[in-house]
Design a protein around this ligand. Structure first.
Ligand code: 4AD
Ligand code: MG
Length: 430
């Protein structure tokens, strides 16, 4: 008999199939047992009727506990009332293992309790839906850049120096030396653009974030493109197209997951180009109008981003921040060198920053000066300066935080559910 995955069950209506999975939940009414079975791709209700199966099959099924592993056979029936649209009339149930008492029951549990059991929590319906959205965002991201002729160039994780400021560096021993976990692949991609023109990397990045917020992980995944001969304007345009592409793909391929998550889909359908844009100056103005005391020159914090992002039903681009609050490599605005040709993209509904990017300094002397001003030893960046010595060109790129984006798309309250095994200031288990 054919082993079928539940996500394809619709192709087998009227046929008898085999499903290999786990018991999610069950109900019983004496002569009928309703087994909710999941197989990793979806769930289905299996109906086991005492009068229709051998006595020993019906009796054995009574012993099934939550998360017991099992292989069942049954005839597929279309059923409009069922969440997946189908039901299984069971003809056989084979028990692989009767699971011990499962700690995560259908009742409510506290978040710390669940995070301690993240290795099991991933099996729950909502967590499962979030991971499928995450998977879709990753494949859509790769497709977007591959379709546009970008080459994937992987950046190293063990690095000799900071990319995004020294205060969030994770240090580790490297034989007789020190190494740092990568905060961003960007500097290496800047080397790669001179070799390949259009590149991207996708990998884990690390920040020793000392703050405990719903937006910060210590290990998160970032998608970073970099383009030679591209300016700030091109960069913002690319970000907009990229986010629209991702949202479209999630709407197309993750409807069911968004429904499971109770996501208001109309909010995502509103995400269409063009996105609103404002300068940092205008953002400060807007914050003041909303009662926030903001001096020009201060960075925007999470609470500020929430206020700005709440004004729009699409992501908003904030550009030309003061150079002093941004990374050393950002190109100054030639008309106004106190601000940089860089931007953040803030997701709506109060989610805040999902992208940070900029045009990069391509002049070797200016870059040296910025390294000095930021107390970054020039010798650590000799290779990075080389890029400016051998055929330097204007170039731009950005980084999209995967978990921030997934959190927004899924409408989650906290970033920790957007990654399989979150690493937080107070958590590295499991
Ligand atoms: O704005 P960031 O720090 O920019 C960079 O790292 C650039 N080098 C990227 C580039 O231009 N190639 O980080 C980029 C994005 C943020 O917008 C945010 O979405 C995410 O990475 N991010 C975090 N996500 C989770 N936890 C954290 N601690 C994060 N820090 C940044
Ligand atoms: Mg940023």
């Amino acid at each position: 008999m054919e082993h079928v995955y539940l996500k394809n069950i619709g192709d087998y209506v009227g046929q008898e199939v085999e499903i290999k999975g786990w018991l999610y939940n069950k109900r019983s009414s004496g002569k009928i047992q309703f087994l909710i079975i999941r197989d990793g791709t979806d769930m289905i209700q299996g109906v086991l009727v005492k009068s229709e199966v051998p006595e020993e099959v019906f009796e054995a099924a009574k012993e099934l506990t939550q998360e017991s592993s099992l292989i069942v056979r049954g005839v597929v029936r279309a059923d409009e009332r069922a969440p997946s649209g189908y039901e299984l009339s069971l003809t056989d149930v084979k028990i692989v293992q009767i699971a011990e008492e499962y700690p995560i029951t259908p009742k409510e549990h506290g978040v710390e309790f669940l995070l301690d059991r993240r290795h099991l929590w991933l099996r729950s319906q909502k967590q499962h839906a979030i991971m499928l959205v995450r998977h879709e965002v990753i494949s859509a991201s790769r497709d977007f850049f591959n379709e546009r002729g970008f080459i994937q160039i992987d950046a190293p994780i063990l690095t000799p120096a900071a990319a995004e400021g020294t205060s969030t560096l994770f240090e580790t021993d490297y034989f007789d030396d020190k190494a740092y976990l990568s905060q961003s692949g960007q500097l290496y991609l800047e080397a790669a653009v001179a070799a390949f023109g259009k590149v991207y990397c996708f990998g884990p990045t690390f920040r020793a974030e000392k703050s405990k917020t719903r937006r910060h992980l210590t290990e998160f995944w970032m998608l970073e493109p970099e383009v030679a001969y591209a300016d700030h304007e091109y960069n913002m345009q690319l970000q907009e197209e990229f986010i629209c592409y991702i949202v479209e793909r999630v709407l197309k391929n993750c409807r069911r997951q968004l429904e499971i998550l109770g996501r208001d889909i109309s909010k995502l359908e509103a995400v269409k180009a063009p996105f609103p844009r404002m300068t940092y100056d205008e953002a400060v103005e807007l914050l003041r109008k909303n009662g926030v005391e903001k001096e020009w020159g201060e960075d925007l914090g999470g609470a500020d981003e929430t206020i700005i992002a709440e004004q729009f039903d699409k992501p908003v681009i904030v550009e030309r921040y003061p150079a002093a609050v941004k990374a050393f490599y950002m190109e100054p605005d030639p008309e106004r060198p106190e601000v940089v040709l860089g931007n953040d993209m803030l997701a709506p509904e109060g989610y805040g920053e999902i992208i940070g990017g900029s045009q990069r300094i391509h002049d070797p002397e200016l870059l040296k000066q910025r390294l000095q001003e930021n107390d970054l030893p020039e010798e650590n960046y000799a290779w990075y300066l080389d890029i400016r010595r051998y055929g330097t060109v204007p170039h731009s790129g950005f980084g999209m935080g995967l978990e921030r984006t997934v959190t927004w798309l899924c409408g989650l309250a906290h970033l920790r559910e957007a990654i399989p095994f979150p690493r937080l200031i107070n958590r590295i288990y499991p």
